[in-house]
Design a protein around this ligand. Structure first.
Ligand SMILES: Cc1cc2nc3c(=O)[nH]c(=O)nc-3n(C[C@H](O)[C@H](O)[C@H](O)COP(=O)(O)OP(=O)(O)OC[C@H]3O[C@@H](n4cnc5c(N)ncnc54)[C@H](O)[C@@H]3O)c2cc1C
Length: 401
């Protein structure tokens, strides 16, 4: 009898819970499902969380996308910007180029810049019916023992899993439950950025325009297709972190209005739209997440939750995709010992993560000492900073290809 139930257990798929349905979580879910696990994704938002501007997919992440069969779709839905301008406070153009953009780097590179919403949509679709999604809920309790993890949720009844993956962003709830409050892990990079969608009142077509005001604040507008909307940036530098409530959008908007008041160009209109009809509002400090270890036992953090790199290099999505691929592969390769796979994942990506974070800090310092008002001529193109990581072929290793 005991033998029969052991065989039955062996036939049952191992259950893995992923917290967060964005770039890291969806990539991990895709690969874990393909590699034979029963995957549940729990996402705090009521659906896929919208918002943000474009994310860059570069270097080894292009290879992950190709292996997932989504590279062509990324290409089709890439921003395809034609170039950028910088203007002064009166709107007079002081710099113009069709060779690069501030957000995506050189236009003649292989790198792809895709709107965050599109990227997340494509990855979600790729996951398919095999992955179970639970929206509007989050983990409230995690108890590990030798055989698994008992997980409590805010709304649903508790469940048992063999491993839990925290892919819930820079302010990760999984990290808080397993490693403690976030403060010691957040490294402040000297400024704040807000991103939102507003009407494309300048009629920009596949073009971005940026403005650095006097003082420490600036703004940008990016118009893509004919949807009538544009992505707007507002940002300011601050030597010290500013105290604000992460959950109070109105307070964040008020802070931005105070910091951007008196700026020229079309900043007053952007601020009006922010108040009246902006959607997908996202505000955060430029931060990195620095942890000595981003795994513990059967719990692994992936993407921004474990090693956010900050907006400075636009490498966040690539690191999330690469980390998620390696994590899923190593868990699968570890057979019945997910904790061993999780430790190997951390060792495999450590150097890659540290190199990327160091490069981002260097670029951040360069950008802070250059006021950018004469144009981005001296800025380092992101694409030149791509850190490489040679990817193992896990499906082939496991005889699944
Ligand atoms: C709204 C938004 C806009 C962004 N805009 C930009 C941008 O314009 N440019 C840029 O370079 N980067 C942006 N980022 C960050 C960028 O998405 C990441 O750096 C990168 O893609 C790695 O993604 P990630 O999956 O690790 O984390 P994220 O993309 O941050 O995703 C985390 C996911 O976890 C969910 N979540 C959070 N807490 C919980 C919880 N307790 N339980 C369950 N789910 C939870 C969130 O709703 C989200 O879906 C943005 C992030 C967000 C959330």
């Amino acid at each position: 009898m005991e033998k029969e139930s052991e065989e039955l257990m062996a036939e049952q798929k191992s259950r893995i819970l992923v917290s967060g349905a964005s770039v890291a979580g969806l990539t991990a879910a895709y690969w874990l499902d393909r590699l034979g696990f029963e995957v549940t994704v729990v996402e705090r938002s009521a659906g896929l969380r919208p918002g943000g501007q474009a994310l860059d997919v570069r270097g080894p992440a292009l290879d992950v996308a190709r292996r997932m069969g989504v590279l062509e779709e990324f290409r089709k839905r890439a921003t395809q910007l034609r170039g950028m301008s910088m203007v002064d406070g009166s709107g007079v153009e002081i710099y113009r180029t069709t060779e690069r953009t501030l957000t995506g780097g050189r236009l003649d590179s292989e790198d792809l810049e895709v709107l965050r919403d599109d990227l997340v949509d494509i990855l979600h679709e790729a996951c398919g019916a095999g992955v179970r999604f639970v929206f509007g809920d989050c983990i409230t309790d995690l108890q590990q023992d030798d055989h698994g993890i008992e997980v409590g949720f805010e709304n649903a009844a508790s469940e048992r899993f063999e491993a839990v993956i925290g892919a819930d962003g820079a302010h990760s709830g999984t990290r808080r439950l397993v490693f403690g409050p976030e403060k010691p892990f957040l490294r402040y990079m000297g400024g704040y950025v807000a991103i939102m969608t507003i009407p494309n009142f300048l009629g920009l077509h596949r073009w971005q325009t940026f403005y650095m005001g006097s003082g420490d604040a600036g703004a940008g507008l990016i118009g893509l297709d004919d949807s009538g909307t544009a992505r707007a940036y507002l940002g300011f530098e601050s030597e010290e972190p500013v105290e604000y409530d992460h959950r109070d959008e109105n307070a964040q908007k008020q802070l931005l209005a105070e910091r951007s008041g008196g700026l020229g160009w079309v900043v007053p209109q952007i601020l009006e739209h922010m108040e009246d009809d902006a959607s997908g509002f996202h505000f955060d400090a430029r931060i990195q997440v620095i942890m000595e270890h981003w795994t513990r036992g059967r719990v692994a953090l992936v993407g921004d939750a474990g090693y956010a790199v900050s907006l400075t290099t636009g490498q966040g999505a690539s690191m999330a995709m690469v980390g998620a691929y390696v994590l899923a592969g190593e868990i699968a390769a570890s057979g019945s010992d997910p904790a061993a796979g999780i430790t190997r994942y951390e060792n495999e990506v450590r150097e890659y993560v540290l190199r990327n974070q160091a490069a981002a800090r260097e670029l951040n310092e360069q950008n802070r000492s250059d006021d950018g008002r004469s144009g981005p001529g001296d800025f380092t193109d992101f694409g030149t900073m791509v850190e490489d990581l040679s990817l193992k072929d896990y499906p082939l290793l496991l005889g699944l290809a």
